[in-house]
Design a protein around this ligand. Structure first.
Ligand code: SF4
Length: 218
């Protein structure tokens, strides 16, 4: 269990799972370069948050809920939590019946090969479980580029990965250290590439650079 002074943003888990160096640059150096990707992402999130809560049939849609988990040591805000009417669940003030929460996170781009978005969503689900005392089995990621919604099951594996990443984020932020860059394909979509400069700083790239200057073999 973490105390509130030690809480980290839920988004830091997504950043860490994408790249630990990105997480450190954003959350230790507090540097955040707005590039086209982050600007589009912010617009998309503000559109989601600016709309009112509503009920459509058996689904109540709540936007911008505060989320917190002492177990993971995280705090944040949801994009959307759908409450699905069900035989078991929690009560919602002013509405009849029982409702099960189903978190939905909006992403600007496309589904990623890594688990970063799913880990962020699973952390939101684990917050809701801790806050409401109810199991949250599923949620969804909505991707702006494909206009498609991807259902996510919060299975044991994803929960373990989420706990592991949360612990690593705490360790990283406590250490205050910035890991070295590892240049790879993901860097092309990274919001902090201008600050990171992975092609200049990566050990392999420096070796190539020196080899070019001094002509290859030692
Ligand atoms: S540019 Fe690449 S190495 Fe640097 S923070 Fe982004 S993903 Fe990580």
């Amino acid at each position: 269990m973490y105390s509130p002074d030690d809480f980290v943003p839920i988004s830091a888990l997504q950043h860490y799972a994408f790249c630990p160096r990105q997480c450190a640059i954003i959350h230790i150096e507090m540097e955040w370069e707005d590039n086209l990707l982050t600007a589009e992402g912010k617009i998309m999130h503000s559109r989601v948050h600016s709309r009112d809560d509503e009920t459509r049939g058996d689904i109540h849609i709540a936007r911008g809920l505060d989320l917190v988990s002492s177990r993971l040591g995280v705090v944040g805000k949801s994009d959307v939590v759908e409450f699905h009417r069900s035989a078991e669940g929690v009560k919602i003030p002013g509405r009849r019946g029982l409702w099960v929460p189903f978190p939905v996170e909006y992403k600007r781009g496309r589904p990623k090969k890594d688990l970063s978005d799913k880990i962020q969503l699973c952390a939101q689900a684990m917050c809701l479980e801790e806050m409401l005392g109810i199991e949250v089995r599923e949620g969804a990621l909505f991707y702006g580029a494909t206009r498609k919604r991807l259902d996510v099951v919060f299975d044991d594996f994803l929960r373990e990965q989420t706990e592991l990443v949360a612990k690593k984020v705490h360790d990283l932020l406590n250490s205050g250290e910035i890991p070295p860059p590892q240049y790879s394909k993901r860097c092309r979509n990274c919001s902090v590439i201008e600050l990171c400069m992975p092609q200049v700083i990566s050990p392999g790239c420096v070796r190539d650079y020196l080899a070019k200057i001094f002509g290859g073999e030692e």
